[in-house]
Design a binder for this molecule. Structure first.
Ligand SMILES: CC(C)(COP(=O)(O)OP(=O)(O)OC[C@H]1O[C@@H](n2cnc3c(N)ncnc32)[C@H](O)[C@@H]1OP(=O)(O)O)[C@@H](O)C(=O)NCCC(=O)NCCS
Length: 251
């Protein structure tokens, strides 16, 4: 049963891992009454995470704000039950605004920042690329409503699925630093109005660095915006990040 507080964006079928059978799903914008369901999915996913440094839980307060106008939460429902979500938060003047991390100072720019916050999919419904699908809807919606210009996200190095989610949304790595109680995080960024584009000239080389070589990546990213990370690939089982020069200047 679908609640009336939902705006349906997409319907279709996905596979449930435990029995391999297709299930009907809806992707929808969640209303404020989904706060407890979102927290429950986060709690269930947290209980299954092997590498705890990959996921720093969002607080009830941030989810509450996202569901009540200071952001957006896209959910995936199967038979009326929430099985995954992707949250966006507009931090405005909050001290955690990631614009500050890359040198943004002007209040009007900081107020145009959106954070792709958390994405969780229950293990039984993974493998359907739900995170990427929900992210695509979230960005399209926010772009359509013109509620932000600069999009940011933090991702733990070596979290392949989350990095893929950001690269497929055309975001690039502009920074690698310690966040969240000293865990390293990439800062992914894109300017919707003036995007940092993949270099089209064939003579711009991509420099590939092993994802777990933190020092090498940090030194490459020192001149903010001059070199950014555009893609990842697997090389003999090791995830490598491809960096290239850009003409873009950050703030
Ligand atoms: C991250 C998460 C939301 C992705 O779920 P999902 O959308 O079902 O992801 P899928 O299983 O469809 O995988 C998407 C891609 O990542 C790849 N992938 C998934 N897990 C992977 C892993 N552990 N190692 C390498 N690749 C992986 C898949 O092969 C797929 O890539 P492809 O499309 O190129 O084949 C889910 O795993 C999750 O809830 N994790 C715990 C919470 C978390 O880490 N959230 C992200 C940080 S906020």
């Amino acid at each position: 049963m679908i609640s009336r507080s939902l705006t349906i964006l997409e319907t279709g079928r996905i596979t449930r891992q435990s029995d391999g059978l297709p299930r009907e799903f809806e992707i929808a914008i969640l209303g404020p009454n989904y706060l407890e369901a979102v927290l429950k999915v986060q709690e269930m996913v947290l209980g299954t995470i092997e590498e705890l440094s990959f996921y720093y839980p969002s607080s009830r307060q941030i989810f509450h704000e996202s569901l009540n106008g200071k952001g957006l939460i896209i959910g995936c429902l199967v038979e009326g039950r929430l099985v995954g979500f992707r949250s966006i938060w507009y931090p405005h003047e909050h001290s955690e605004n990631l614009g500050i991390d890359i040198g943004m100072k002007a209040p009007d720019q900081l107020s145009e920042v959106a954070h792709l916050e958390r994405a969780c999919v229950l293990p039984d419904f993974r493998g359907n690329r739900l995170q990427i699908t929900m992210t695509r809807h979230a960005i399209e919606l926010a772009r359509h409503n013109k509620c932000f210009r600069y999009i940011f996200s933090t991702v733990a190095p070596m979290n392949y699925a989350s990095m893929q989610d950001k690269f497929e949304a055309n975001m690039v790595i502009v920074e690698l630093k310690k966040k969240y109680e000293s865990y390293y995080r990439y800062i992914f960024f894109q300017d919707i109005s003036d995007p940092i584009l993949f270099p089209s000239e064939p003579d711009v080389p991509l420099i590939y660095i092993d994802g777990d070589d933190i020092d090498a990546q940090m030194s490459l990213l020192k001149n903010k915006g001059a070199i950014v990370g555009f893609q990842q690939k697997k090389n003999n089982g090791i995830t490598q990040v491809g960096y290239a020069k850009t003409n873009h200047h950050l703030f």
